[in-house]
Design a protein around this ligand. Structure first.
Ligand SMILES: O=P(O)(O)O[C@H]1O[C@H](CO)[C@@H](O)[C@H]1O
Ligand SMILES: [Mn+2]
Ligand SMILES: [Mn+2]
Length: 409
């Protein structure tokens, strides 16, 4: 029986990208920076997850996480003792896609790097062309829009949430990513209405080559308590070539189970079942439940978005550390549910170093932690593309080969 589980810890980079300087990210290292802050006593948290002291990830360590990090950066993570033996194969992968965004990272993981340039809204103010705004206002029957700038998604709610509610104008914003994000209140504006507006925007943005429109619904009644909800929805374009997910479905009649926002990121291509869940525990439990009932030729792929959206972009080092430690505590249950021929892969789609200036992603290598399917314990070394994961999955499931990547199986 062939079953693979791919866990994408969104934004969990391990430094060391050879082209980091081109992105202004030389020295960015999500894991290393978190470990350093923890070792220096700068990452204590009280709520929602109390933590203090050195970063404690014993199960990820036994899968080779810190070994991979040392090989990626040449620096041991602060305050961490490397285990003498590891259970699985570990390596670090660099990205060949042009961007450090979520679709690029995920598509490359699935064997399809993004070698073209996305469109971007580069201006930090007045970011969107007037004709685009006019078309959106007309076609989606809006009284206008707010925002029209680069912004972190939480602070823009504090600034414009009240005006949004009183005017009925959605809040449109972007970042260094190829995104058009639309925030609107779930009750006052309406969730279904927000999704409709996003669909109109998705069509209008096709000529601009924008990777994603993102619906950012929120709740609350004042700037102090406006909060985004789990009803976020990402509208991606189709991957530029068939991913390993699609090949598994079409060539092997396999099943691909999306947990969290995976289906959104692949624009539903190659997905046979979608499971939504909000929060790291719920995503993890959904993964476990799917694993327990998965049959032959099944790929379960989960995106753990909170690392990125709740902690990385928020530059919340203690929160990121606490979330990693919580994830680590969940791992044994998954490891014990694996059957001998199952293939487990843990990786990430880009970095988002919470100690880095600004609030954007950081260009980094990602961990490749793999267990099962006859892999022996030890280093997989440097992987020249995230696509090595896609190629390995192609080999494992016996699909035709991907155009990119070298299998580590
Ligand atoms: O600040 P928020 O809304 O979380 O936005 C972040 O999320 C988007 C997708 O990763 C990026 O554009 C980034 O800026
Ligand atoms: Mn991401
Ligand atoms: Mn992000």
């Amino acid at each position: 029986m062939k079953r693979a589980i791919v866990l994408v810890l969104d934004s969990f980079g391990i430094g060391g990208a050879p082209d980091a300087a081109e992105f202004g990210d030389l020295g960015a290292d999500t894991l290393g920076s978190i470990a350093k802050a923890c070792a220096q006593g700068r990452a204590a948290a009280i709520s929602p997850r109390p933590r203090s002291g050195p970063l404690y990830l014993p199960h990820l360590a036994s899968l080779g996480l810190f070994h991979a990090h040392v090989e990626s950066t040449g620096q041991p993570a602060a305050g961490v003792v490397l285990p003498n033996t590891v259970l699985g194969s570990y390596g670090h992968a660099q990205e060949i896609s042009s961007g450090k965004d979520t679709p690029s990272g995920h598509w490359e993981l699935a064997g399809v790097p993004v070698l073209f340039e996305w469109g971007y809204f580069l201006d930090k103010e007045h970011s969107f062309p007037e004709s685009l705004i006019n078309d959106l206002v007309t076609q989606a029957k809006l009284p206008g829009i707010l925002g029209n700038c680069h912004a972190p998604g939480t602070t823009i709610l504090q600034a414009l949430g009240d005006e949004h509610i009183s005017s009925g104008k959605p809040i449109c914003y972007s970042s260094v990513d190829s995104v058009f994000q639309i925030a609107a209140h779930e009750q006052h504006f309406g969730l279904a209405r927000l999704y409709e507006v996003c669909e109109v925007a998705r069509k209008l943005l096709m000529p601009y080559n924008i990777a994603r429109v993102i619906a950012r619904p929120f709740i609350g009644d004042s700037p102090e308590n406006y909060a985004r909800t789990g009803n976020r929805r990402d509208y991606s374009i189709a991957p530029p070539a068939p991913t390993v997910l699609q090949k598994l479905v079409t060539e092997r009649q396999g099943q691909v189970v999306s947990i969290g926002k995976i289906a959104d990121i692949y624009a539903d291509f190659g997905i046979t079942k979608k499971v939504k869940a909000t929060g790291t525990e719920a995503l993890f439990n959904a993964t476990l439940a799917e694993l327990k009932q998965a049959g032959d030729n099944t790929l379960i792929m989960t995106n753990f978005v909170d690392f990125d959206s709740s902690f990385g972009h928020r530059r919340d080092i203690a929160g990121y550390a606490a979330e990693l430690e919580a994830f680590d505590r969940m791992l044994p249950e998954l490891l014990s549910a694996l059957q001998p021929n199952d293939l487990l892969i843990l990786s990430a789609d880009h970095g988002c170093d919470p100690s880095w200036p600004g609030t954007d992603h950081t260009r980094e290598r990602v961990p490749v932690l793999a267990l099962g399917a006859g892999l022996s314990a030890g280093s997989l070394g440097q992987r020249d593309s995230f696509a090595d994961i896609g190629q390995s999955l192609a080999q494992y499931f016996g699909t035709s080969a991907m155009d990119y990547g070298i299998s580590f199986l």
